[in-house]
Design a protein around this ligand. Structure first.
Ligand code: 5GP
Length: 107
């Protein structure tokens, strides 16, 4: 059965698309940790990041870096964090999350 992300890539489930090329797709997370929280996924469905072949792994990182830089230029934040979790959806994805420092917060 196709993963939920394959259905999103194929347009069977709606999403807010951020970017796309021949191999990769980026869209907003439905339950964001911060405004602009984006997921970058390979169009080819692979469950675990360590199961990607090296070219796809490098390609996903390069695509995520490009999308992350675009987010950083668009959404006010201190930096964009990149992380791979993958416990919920068994289709490799990189989380790009705009981060905001609390260092000047007053309580
Ligand atoms: P992980 O597998 O890395 O733990 O998390 C999967 C992420 O996918 C979560 O942040 C979750 O909010 C997001 N997600 C799950 N289902 C959907 C969906 O149908 N649409 C979108 N846009 N994001 C989803």
């Amino acid at each position: 059965m196709p993963s939920i992300f394959t259905k999103i890539i194929n347009g069977e489930i709606p999403c807010y698309k951020v970017a796309e090329d021949d191999e990769f797709f980026a869209f907003l997370d439905i339950n964001p940790n911060a405004a602009g929280h984006t997921l970058c996924v390979p169009k080819k469905e692979v469950n675990k990041i360590l199961d990607l072949d090296e070219a796809s792994y490098m390609g996903l990182m390069a695509f995520s870096r490009k999308v992350g830089k675009a987010i950083e230029a668009t959404i006010p934040c201190e930096r964009v964090g990149m992380t791979v979790i993958g416990l919920e959806v068994p289709h490799v994805h990189v989380h790009l999350i705009p981060l905001h420092s609390m260092k000047n917060a007053t309580f």
